[in-house]
Design a protein around this ligand. Structure first.
Ligand code: ADP
Ligand code: MG
Length: 266
């Protein structure tokens, strides 16, 4: 798959996803009429009610699921399966417990037969950037949850993907650890010029990290609104959190999601 430098980093063109009926359950229309385009270097969050199809969109972006209609393109090329231009990070760190942190970070490079010295150089640099220097030879179970998510971030960046797809990567962390990891992510992504599609339930997180936010409706999910964040200092989400405009944007998002005192959990 060769990429066009002029194309959007990732685009969804008329994408729909249906899951086949199984046993007594009827067919599920998980997402419909999805159109959006993300330019290289943009950070875009997707928010929406639980079950509206957010993870389904990312799975299609990663080539782990095929659209029932429409097309996903990365760097101008149709995504037909998992490919090296896209890396995925989830709430679960998915580190391999039998490999050290450095070996986990280098795993994707090993699969690509990158020579050991080069792999080592990449993992050293990223572990330092992700504040894990000194933990290269530790095993995942020797690290805290926040450190493991940092290691997962380093592993995701190691393969130098064009697009990072992140599905609620920090949602299992405590509030302060989460802010520190957001800061690391924002800085790293800005300095490497990476494109990110970020799913979150945390509206302040979406505003603090993103250039744009796409708001989805309830299932069958479609994008009902696009918010341009237009706050300064994207590489510094902690600073952004101090701006009064951030709470104003959060309140606009709550209105769009129809979140109020009467809201119920479905
Ligand atoms: N592999 C699957 N098979 C059948 N239904 C699925 C599958 N994956 C997701 N779904 C359904 O699609 C809908 C959207 O799911 P998902 O994308 O996980 O939502 P979200 O991430 O927004 O919470 C849900 O109703 C879910 O049950
Ligand atoms: Mg999900």
């Amino acid at each position: 798959m060769s990429l066009s430098p002029l194309a959007a980093a990732i685009e969804f063109i008329g994408v729909e996803k249906r899951f086949a009926a199984r046993g007594r359950s009827a067919e599920v229309l998980a997402a419909r009429d999805i159109h959006f385009s993300i330019a290289a270097g943009e950070v875009v969050s997707i928010i929406g009610p639980s079950g509206c199809g957010k993870s389904t969109l990312l799975n299609m972006g990663a080539g782990l699921a095929r659209p029932s209609a429409g097309q996903v393109r990365v760097g101008g090329q149709a995504v037909t399966g998992p490919n090296k231009h896209v890396a995925f990070m989830l709430q679960k760190d998915l580190l391999m417990p039998w490999r050290t942190i450095a070996q986990n970070v280098e795993f994707g490079l090993e699969l690509r037969a990158v020579p050991a010295a080069q792999r080592h150089a990449v993992s050293q640099r990223l572990l330092q950037q992700c504040h894990l220097q000194g933990f290269e030879r530790h095993y995942p179970n020797q690290l805290s949850g926040g450190m493991r998510q940092r290691a997962a971030m380093a592993r995701t960046l190691a393969v130098d993907p064009l697009v990072l797809l992140m599905d609620e990567p920090f949602s299992a962390l405590d509030a302060q650890t989460k802010m520190i990891l957001q800061q690391d992510l924002a800085k790293t992504v800005a300095s490497a010029g990476k494109t990110v599609v970020f799913i979150t339930h945390d509206l302040s997180e979406a505003v603090a990290l993103s250039d744009r936010i796409l708001v989805m409706s309830e299932r069958p999910g479609t994008i009902v609104e696009e918010i341009r964040v237009e706050l300064p200092d994207r590489p510094n989400p902690m600073q952004r959190r101090k701006l009064p405009r951030l709470s104003q944007l959060v309140s606009e998002l709550m209105t769009l999601l129809k979140l109020d005192a009467q809201s119920e959990v479905h």
